[in-house]
Ligand binder design. Sequence first.
Ligand SMILES: Cc1cc2nc3c(=O)[nH]c(=O)nc-3n(C[C@H](O)[C@H](O)[C@H](O)COP(=O)(O)O)c2cc1C
Length: 322
Amino acid sequence: MLVLGFQGSPRKKGNTHFLLSSFMHAAEKLGAQTRTIEVTKKNIDACKELIVCEKKGYCPIDDDMKHEIYPLIRQAEVVVIGTPIFFYNMTAQLKAMVDRCQTFWARKYVFKLRDPAQKMRRGFLLSVAATKGKNLFEGLELTAKYFFDAIDATPAGSLTYREIEGPKDMANHPTVLEDVEIAVEKLLKPFLNRRKILFACRENACRSQMASAFAQHFAGDRLEVFNGGSEPAQKINPDMAKVMEETGIDMAYRIPKTIDEAISQSPPEIIITMGCGEQCPYVPGARRQDWDLPDPAGKSIEYMRNVRDEIERKVKDLITEL
Ligand SMILES: Cc1cc2nc3c(=O)[nH]c(=O)nc-3n(C[C@H](O)[C@H](O)[C@H](O)COP(=O)(O)O)c2cc1C
């Protein structure tokens, strides 16, 4: 389970930093893998409104969004944004990241593609501000709501604090740690006892990618799904992405990884192998099933479609059985 946090304050070790790191620490205590992006240290260009995303489905700007942040968002079960209020909204640096997620908006609303994790991902908002006005967080809450919609995360709550100004005010707040603990427990509860399944193939570019996307798509937050390959390719197979798009499922920003990487955080209970041969993993106690599926790489698009349909059938049967 990946909890991805965006720290939007430029102040080193200030209030947002304290609040988000307490949140991530509480998530780790419950077994989550966490990753915090210090947004102000990243190379993230503001949106240039080139409209390439709305015409072609991707952003042409070559920066950390492309190489790191889009893939991480697609991988995360929970996305947390943490920011101080700057003029009734998030900081400019965090807003640049949010605006660049117009690419996800375009894939969802222009191209009508569904992120396979859409039924599973949750969004959470953390914020602090110096004053105490009634409407202090309203602008931010609206921006966060539409950001979470674009990245297919269901808003699952927020913690916001007024009258927090000096850099240590948050750390000195009497209830913050308890508030965070309660919120994190409630947020992560649905993710804690999911059955863990690994789909493994050779390159992690076609078969295991399709199987894990179908499993996420059909099972939502009932399964924790991993995928990996014994000899991972550099990138996913474009024909595979194309035939999955024909079913409405979006495979963008998925990156092949090794089987070890895929299961480094927690061992799977069920392993489905598809052609990784001798190198398919052995995990003590895990149930293993071999799916006899030919490698569609380098074959015709029709062949890829047939393998896709066979995988979809098998995944549905597996979910019913579980
Ligand atoms: C440029 C700027 C704009 C701000 N705008 C607001 C504001 O509109 N309302 C408010 O209550 N506080 C505002 N603040 C105060 C910060 O939200 C507050 O000091 C916060 O605790 C800083 O958190 P940090 O330590 O995580 O950076 C602003 C601060 C700055 C630097």
